[in-house]
Design a protein around this ligand. Structure first.
Ligand SMILES: Nc1ncnc2c1ncn2[C@@H]1O[C@H](COP(=O)(O)OP(=O)(O)O)[C@@H](O)[C@H]1O
Ligand SMILES: [Mg+2]
Length: 248
């Protein structure tokens, strides 16, 4: 049997007003992601990638259409339940990591567990084991400024995993990394998927990411204009970074 659907997006539209003018950031997007899939989202700047991710993450609400994540219809959630959804059902990885600069790696990973109500001893234990899993057992007490970009992004992966989310959403997760760290991050993401069936949706401009995705969607002007199968994406692995033109 195939894996269950973790993310189902139907007819998704989002308009923003720029002064008097409505701008369609998304204009009828459908997307279905199964458990343990790694799906990329590519497209030129302004094509709606971040908007799509923010809708799935419950950071913003659609103008039209529906989003169901792990059986939860987001449109039915009031603000309080939507905040709980963001905490427990999705993990976020951002381009610039968004770690709290005054907290250690361990405390950064502990924070969402604390917000979810886990008691102190359990959450220290869990945060420690997540940081071990991402290869940072020797960096538990380091603050973000004492870590490399690649290490900071691995802390943010551990943080994203903390409440065992249905899906991890990445917005340009390798955008601030050199190619070696980007390869290592994707290696980690693929191994998490292989080991624990974690599901990922990754917005990216990076051929290194596209090469490791199971498939990628290409957005343009708020619509999906094509799907890039893995075979095609992996041909970009050896190409220079930032030469994604052929994929849009
Ligand atoms: N909060 C917002 N307010 C107004 N316009 C927005 C907002 N967020 C995005 N947009 C507009 O929606 C379009 C898509 O933006 P975005 O999703 O950020 O694209 P991408 O991530 O692909 O670069 C752009 O035209 C952008 O200006
Ligand atoms: Mg964006």
């Amino acid at each position: 049997m195939s894996d269950p659907l973790m993310v189902e997006v139907r007819g998704l539209a989002r308009e923003y007003r720029h002064g008097d003018f409505p701008v369609a950031a998304l204009n009828g997007v459908d997307l279905a992601v199964r458990r343990s899939e790694i799906v990329g989202v590519v497209g030129p700047s302004g094509s709606g990638k971040s908007t799509l991710l923010n809708m799935i993450g419950g950071i913003d609400r659609p103008s039209r259409g529906s989003i169901v994540v792990d059986g939860i219809e987001l449109g039915r959630l009031d603000e309080r339940r939507l905040a709980e959804y963001r905490l427990k059902k999705v993990g976020f990885i951002f381009q610039f990591y968004n770690l709290i600069p005054t907290l250690s790696a361990l405390e950064n990973v502990e924070l969402p567990l604390s917000l979810a109500g886990m008691d102190k001893r359990k959450r220290i234990e869990r945060a420690r084991s997540l940081l071990e899993r991402v290869g940072l057992e020797a960096r538990l007490d380091h603050t973000p400024d004492q870590l490399s970009g690649g290490e900071q992004q691995r802390v943010s992966v551990a943080r994203a995993l903390s409440n065992d989310p249905a899906v991890i959403l990445g917005d340009e997760p390798t955008g601030d990394l050199d190619s070696k760290s980007a390869e290592a991050l994707m290696e980690l993401i693929v191994s998490l998927r292989d080991e624990q069936k974690t599901t990922f949706v990754l917005v990216t401009h990076d051929p290194i990411v596209v090469a490791r995705c199971d498939r990628s969607l290409s957005l343009r002007d708020g619509r999906v204009v094509r799907e890039i199968p893995k075979g095609e994406g992996s041909r970009f692995a050896d190409s220079q970074r930032a030469t994604m033109d052929g994929l849009y």
